[in-house]
Design a binder for this molecule. Structure first.
Ligand code: HDE
Length: 731
């Protein structure tokens, strides 16, 4: 915590303590306010006798404890959240009448919860999974919830399949395994029979499903929504959150190791960034489509397994969200917050996306069981800032004391209040969409192209991203025990791309078989699948650069964490010099040593150790620096965990710098372990040429000052994928 911040906190605590002293509210009490005289012993018949039923203090305490847990969310159970605010850049009056999108001066408070989907509350943050990205805007017109994910499409097209999807992905019911993982038979059994899920599968098998942090992932509203302006003109809108720190991910090997070292990695990262004043920021972007253009795409805007490529409709950034305050209490806020895609404000409306329509029922229903009744809107975190007036009354845990006899409408006894509000008084008017059609249980023919956008995603990935996707599929399908499921899946992948299917199949040691007549239950029984493919349109793209993380521009090293690997006798000036350079660039240099406590540098100065090798690994950092110092380096050389630390960073394609004798340590740890890293020859005896690796900055004769700029540039790139490609195919 910065110094002035902690001073302020101390002053606040002292003031609170003295206020408490005066009011007497530092005493322990029962829930009825009775001051408790002894909280160490229950009431007994004699010091060695039985406990008495009369002990109402014990009974109250234990009863409350017994009821501490509420049902966890059936999906998105594991999450972390923060408070902040949103500000629009300029008025969007021409597009929407939503008040919070009119005035750049207005700061709308928000509460944002990030989550994984499949795992339980106590599961690892590092699961391969979509991440929830739910934002509650406390606007003056009432709460607006944008309940999205970090992936712009979804597995299924119709809400009626959601329970099946979730049953398939959750731990298998007979033995409750595996936790927070899709790598098991029931998930892939279901998916291999659901061609519509293929686009989402590409995303969840990509590195997007293992983000570097919540702060470095995008968010998407997924469905097409509607903006409606004051004149009642509607336009289609897709919502995007663009993180200002860029979009970055982990490698699967890192995710697995972090799960052991720090399963709270994402939660901790968000908490620590906010405590350190490094407030995470996202820009809200919109893609706008005029109503007349609804049919101009080669996909249906109402189909949630499709995105609108940014090349076809650009994302316009309309405002910024900043998260600047951690919750005070996890249960009261993060656990009890209740989101709902149906919490709307005037100016924003739904479309007929059949997945969205089903969600509108589910979210209230789920809160009734989770939060215990219809009054969950009165829980502080869910309370709107806008005043509430209605005739809803009573029920479990009602907080409001409504006065007077009138709880109906219309009335005269209450002066006609509360009254309906006309549109110009802020009343919500549903968009008056014309709805021709018959009542049918059917999927629109325009929903049946399941592979084009999956293939677009695959083609748009860079070489390393494609390789990671192949490896993820091999991992997941490799865990599937039923071979026909693997076969069906590989057959399904071959519909996306034959090369992709072949590479996955090779790892599984099986051929790619054509699956005759892909099972697709959503095609009517008497329908010919050929009739259920939309026609190709001129808008078809070969690639979309926006879909690749690797190709996205990289800027700065703000908040990136660099490990400085040291032992006693380290070159103290080098440590300080690098720390200062990193901090000046917005990053952090943390001292990682062979033990905890503090150590003595060669110049006699004392350095506080931030992390010990006993509890950390380079997977928890973005880059590594090894300073010189004869004694430090020889201690590191004798420590296998120190060698592994740098080897991992090397394998994970991170930036690594070394100065002075640190270079010899790098050579011994990495050069010896990976001879294929040598460019050209596996047997060369002379010092290796690392200059071809943009992520390795070695300077035996230089100080950190001379190499800091190069190292910072290397960290900015996030990863140096050419290394991975080289390691996979040594010459
Ligand atoms: Fe959800 N979803 N969902 N979902 N969802 C829930 O509501 C549901 C879907 C999303 O941090 C539940 O309060 C159905 C898509 C997020 O508290 C539940 C369908 C998207 C969160 C529910 C979907 C989401 C939830 C469980 C298919 C991305 C966590 C607990 C029709 C646009 C919110 C709860 C938080 C939570 C139902 C599909 C996002 C059961 C029926 C698509 C971020 O109501």
């Amino acid at each position: 915590m910065p110094k002035d911040r902690s001073k302020r906190e101390n002053e606040k605590t002292a003031a609170l303590d003295s206020a408490r002293e005066k009011s007497g509210d530092h005493f322990l009490t029962t829930d009825q306010g009775l001051r408790i005289n002894d909280d160490q012993n229950s009431l007994k018949a004699g010091a060695r006798g039985p406990t008495l039923l009369e002990d109402f203090i014990l009974r109250e305490k234990i009863t409350h404890f017994d009821h501490e847990r509420i049902p966890e969310r059936v999906v998105h159970a594991r999450g972390a959240a923060a408070h902040g605010y949103f500000q629009v850049y300029k008025s969007l009056a021409s597009l929407t009448r939503a008040k919070f999108l009119q005035d750049p001066q207005v700061k709308t408070p928000v509460f944002v919860r990030f989550s994984t989907v499949a795992g339980s509350r106590g599961s690892s943050d590092l699961a391969r999974d979509a991440r929830g990205f739910a934002v509650k805007f406390y606007t003056e017109e009432g709460n607006y919830d944008l309940v999205g994910n970090n992936i712009p499409v979804f597995f299924i097209q119709d809400a009626v399949k959601f329970p099946d999807l979730v049953h398939a992905v959750k731990p298998e019911p007979h033995h409750e395994m595996p936790q927070a993982a899709s790598a098991h038979d029931t998930f892939w059994d279901f998916i291999s029979l659901m061609p519509e899920s293929m686009h989402m599968i590409m995303w969840v098998m990509s590195d997007r499903a293992i983000p570097r942090s919540f702060r470095m992932m995008e968010g998407f509203g997924v469905h097409t929504f509607r903006f409606v302006n004051a004149k009642g003109v509607g336009r289609f809108v897709k919502f995007h959150w663009k993180p200002l720190l860029g979009v970055h991910s982990l490698l699967w090997d890192e995710a697995q190791k972090i799960s052991g070292l720090d399963p709270d990695f994402h939660r901790r990262d968000l908490w620590e960034a906010i405590e350190a004043g490094q407030y995470p920021e996202w820009e809200l972007g919109v893609q706008i489509v005029e109503e007349k253009d609804e049919q101009k795409f080669d996909f249906d805007l109402l189909d949630p397994t499709k995105l609108i490529p940014e090349e076809l409709v650009p994302v316009v950034r309309i405002g910024k969200m900043t998260l600047d305050r951690n919750p005070d209490n996890f249960f009261a806020e993060t656990e009890q917050v209740a989101f709902h895609p149906g919490h709307l404000v005037p100016g924003i409306d739904f479309t007929n996306d059949p997945l969205l329509q089903g969600r509108l029922f589910s979210y209230t229903d789920t809160q009734l069981i989770r939060l215990g009744g219809p009054n969950f809107h009165e829980i502080p975190i869910n309370r709107p800032l806008a005043p509430l007036h209605n005739n809803q009354r009573d029920g479990h845990m009602r907080q409001t004391i409504n006065s007077g006899p009138v709880s109906y409408q219309p009335n005269t006894l209450g002066g006609g209040c509360p009254m309906q509000a006309k549109a110009d008084m802020g009343g919500f008017l549903s968009y008056a969409e014309r709805l021709p059609g018959s009542k049918v249980r059917e999927r629109s023919k325009s929903f049946f192209d399941h592979f084009s956008q999956a293939a677009l995603f695959w083609r748009s990935q860079s070489e390393p991203e494609q390789e990671h996707l192949v490896q993820a599929l091999q991992f997941e399908l490799g865990k599937v025990e039923n071979l026909p499921i693997r076969e069906r899946m590989v057959g399904m992948l071959s519909q996306i791309d034959k090369g992709l299917a072949g590479r996955v199949a090779e790892g599984l040691g099986m051929p790619v078989k054509r699956i005759e007549g892909l099972l697709n239950l959503s095609i009517p029984a008497d329908g010919d699948p050929k009739d259920f493919q939309p026609k190709r349109a001129v808008t078809s793209l070969d690639k979309s650069a926006a879909l690749s993380m690797v190709l996205a521009p990289k800027e700065g090293i703000q908040t990136r964490k660099v490990a400085i690997l040291v032992a006693d006798g380290v070159d103290g000036e080098a440590v300080k010099g690098m720390q200062m350079a990193l901090v000046a660039a917005g990053g952090q240099g943390k001292i990682v040593a062979t033990r905890s406590g503090s150590l003595k540098a060669a110049n006699g100065s004392e350095l506080k150790i931030d992390f010990s090798l006993l509890t950390t690994g380079s997977v928890l950092f973005d880059a590594v620096y090894i300073p010189g110092g004869e004694q430090s380096v020889s201690a590191l050389l004798r420590t296998p965990k120190a060698r592994m630390f740098v080897q991992d960073a090397y394998l994970h394609c991170k930036a690594i710098a070394a100065t002075g004798k640190g270079v010899a340590f790098f050579e011994a740890a990495v050069g010896a372990a990976y001879p294929e890293a040598e460019h050209g020859s596996k047997t060369r005896q002379t010092p290796k040429d690392w200059s071809q690796d943009s992520g390795i900055v070695l300077a035996p004769d230089s100080s950190p000052k001379q190499i800091a700029a190069r190292f910072i540039k290397a960290i900015e790139m996030h990863r140096h994928w050419a290394r991975e490609i080289r390691l996979a195919s040594p010459s």
